[in-house]
Design a protein around this ligand. Sequence first.
Ligand code: PMP
Length: 406
Amino acid sequence: MSADQGTAGQETGNERYAARWKGALTNNYGTPALALVRGQGAQVWDADGKQYTDFVGGIAVNALGHAHPAVVSAVTEQITTLGHVSNLYASEPVLALGERLLQLFGREGRVFFCNSGAEAVEAVYKIGRLTGRTHMVATGGGFHGRTMGALALTGQPGKQTPFLPLPGDVTHVPYGDVEALRAAVTEETAFVLIEPVQGENGVVVPPAGYLTAAREITRATGTLLALDEVQTGIGRCGSWFEYQQHEGVEPDLVTLAKGLGGGLPIGAVAAFGPAADLLQPGQHGTTFGGNPVACAAGLAVIDTIAAEGLLDRVKARGERLRSGIEASGHGLVSHVRGAGLLLGIVLTEPLAPKVQLAAQQAGFLVNAPAPDVVRLMPPFVITEAEVDAFVRALPGILDEAGRSGE
Ligand code: PMP
């Protein structure tokens, strides 16, 4: 009997969690079938003691994996020193993280801290208004969060429809299409918002030169170029920020969240050049923005990535994972796309939810952002052995998904 099956008639640990969830929580996330109780590195354990290798990583959040000692000690030290002060007062961690981020960008600028990706996008929305322009351009299929402004910029009608009308004048253009972008952006456009790789849309990579063209187009109309690096930033794609792999692209605004906090809630907007002077004191803010504990965790994440050479590891493990999957030659795999450790296995049939389930049964957590895409976004600390175990198991997982799809 595997660890996740109770004896006949007995409720399993995962089922007990599901029953409590149904009773106590709003239904906006559905009821998860799996309850996780512990994590270490790239391994997690469920309520029945079953172990999984975590290729979801808290949705591209857990860059250092679970319970990394550097994050644990930074958080412990900060919360036992000064846990929260609000933005009425300066504190060391918020300043240090702001300075450190600007160092990584290699440019002068300013950083606004908030608590999530959607809040970072809301800040971009407000900074855009301060240009005196109100038109915005974003991309079809793009995902920028679920608050009303961020949802208006999100290019996924299914997520928007129940909440129409959404605020603001947004034009969505097909992702990766330079001419459509050129046609949409005018001298009335406050900003263009683009993900360097579309994560939630199924790990979609734009054609080479897209970001560079976006920079040229926005510069010509005096429009801000905002890059949403909530998912791609802080090393996920193999460099600190994915746009840095594209020649000549210097954005005006960059949003961050997810991987930045090592699992603690944090978001940020970095603004450069004239865009850094738009937001005036008192025009925007949030109580928890720049919380010292979240910022201390962020510093620990960045220091550890730098000290342990994890950007190189992201590239190497990503390549190993990609080539291993492609070499399997399985009929259900069309190709693998993405960058670093943000990869999408594109299937030849819309069986991604079934693959997710079969993978879970086999001891691997993966995610299905689109019917035909399985997304992998494991911790950067994932070992070669863990990658290889997944690659070895994948053909059996795909066979199982194919069988249950019949
Ligand atoms: N932007 C991008 C590119 C994202 O991937 C996400 C989250 N998946 C968001 C914004 C929203 O972030 P959050 O869920 O923290 O609000």
